[in-house]
Design a protein around this ligand. Structure first.
Ligand code: ATP
Length: 353
């Protein structure tokens, strides 16, 4: 059972608290992505699991074994890091074969396994070259192939696709997911690219300031962000947050948004109405539950139109079908899908219950 358990880990560099009491469990064969903005502690957490960084406090368990005091090579893990360290004096073939040779895998099997992962990451043509003769993206793929060749039970990856161009990145993302499912590898993967996180992860841990703020499936994180930070960081363009005032609706305790007949959270006087750009629908003028907006900018993206609107002096964005007729300067009534509204506390930024 290749599980990863991180228990109450803290780590500071001088006065910088990189990790602040982080706990996280990765199940056997699960693909977990650490997602967050630059400097939130993702890499540090991965390095603590790898044994490249000592935590000030807390424990790390791999496969149920406490490995906190063990050096990296005794943790039963493989890793791929951003700087794709490859051996400059070895050919690509020997780089990829390295871990297999260390494990005394028979030569015929080494060749077979190297060729298989080489095909997977599209470096078949490069096996005879030396790292100095490769581009950054090619070197990154060699590093990836080397880690995958040993078919590790636990794989740690830090932005392994960051140096690839957009198309190759998309293709490798799908290949990687398929392969790791096939190998039944338990994976902890760092990225700041939320699309990559959403597409790869069984569960996403969103980090901010050395803490995990939400840990759940990509869909739940997307649809039910715990606060405005997560709602703003996950999703592109980010979730809209409109500051609204609420008034009594007549019914007991119930409230509605002032200026739009949208039912609000009971008892509140002010709130943030959180709504994803794709959950705003254009509706006929005067429709109940809609916001009377002014159209500011319309951007044709091909598959969709990205529309910037203004409502009561606040900016919001909507993603609409490409054939919806909408022009800057016009008025447009936009209805947030009621079941998709996420109410947030205007002071704490946290989801209201
Ligand atoms: P990025 O996406 O930019 O790589 P990250 O989320 O991986 O960011 P970390 O590299 O884990 O973030 O860094 C977390 C914090 O710890 C940052 O404030 C960083 O400057 C600091 N830090 C990391 N390593 C060191 C170090 N060796 N010495 C001093 N400070 C460090």
């Amino acid at each position: 059972m290749a599980t990863i358990e991180i228990r109450g880990v803290s780590k500071s560099f001088g006065r910088v608290r990189a990790l602040d009491d982080v706990s996280l469990e990765v199940r056997d064969r699960e693909f977990v992505v650490l997602l967050g903005p630059s400097g939130c502690g993702k890499t540090t957490l991965l390095r603590v699991v790898a044994g490249l960084e000592w935590p000030d406090r807390g424990r790390v368990l791999i496969g149920g074994q406490d490995v906190t005091e063990r050096p990296p090579r005794q943790r039963g893990i493989a890793m791929v890091f951003q700087n794709y360290a490859v051996f400059p004096h070895l050919t690509v073939f020997e780089n990829v074969a390295f871990g297999l040779r260390m494990r005394k895998v028979p030569a015929a099997e080494v060749r077979q396994r190297v060729e298989r992962v080489a095909a997977l990451v599209h470096i078949e043509e490069l096996l005879g070259r030396y790292p100095a003769q490769l581009s950054g993206g090619q070197r990154q793929r060699v590093a990836l192939a080397r880690a995958l060749a040993v078919e590790p039970e636990v794989l740690l990856m830090d932005e392994p696709l960051s140096n690839l161009d957009a198309l190759l990145r998309l293709e490798m993302r799908a290949e990687l997911k398929r392969l790791l499912m096939e190998l039944r590898t338990t994976t902890l993967y760092v990225t700041h690219d939320q699309t990559e996180a959403m597409s790869l992860a069984d569960r996403v841990a969103v980090m901010r300031g050395g803490r995990i703020v939400q840990y759940d499936t990509p869909l739940t994180v997307y649809q039910e962000p715990v606060d405005t930070f997560v709602g703003g960081f996950v999703g592109s363009p980010p979730m809209n947050f409109l500051r609204v005032r609420l008034g009594p609706s007549g019914a007991d305790e119930a409230t509605v948004v002032e200026g739009a007949a949208i039912p609000g959270p009971a008892g509140a006087r002010e709130a943030l109405l959180g709504i994803r750009p794709e959950d705003l629908q254009p509706v006929p003028a005067g429709t109940s539950g809609a916001l009377p907006c002014r159209v500011v900018v319309v951007e044709a993206l091909g598959a969709q139109q990205l529309v910037t609107l203004e409502w009561q002096g606040q900016s919001l964005k909507a993603l609409l079908e490409p054939d919806v007729a909408i022009r800057p300067g016009e008025r447009a009534w936009m209805r947030p899908k009621p079941q998709r509204i996420r109410w947030m506390d205007p002071v704490t930024g946290e989801a209201m219950r």
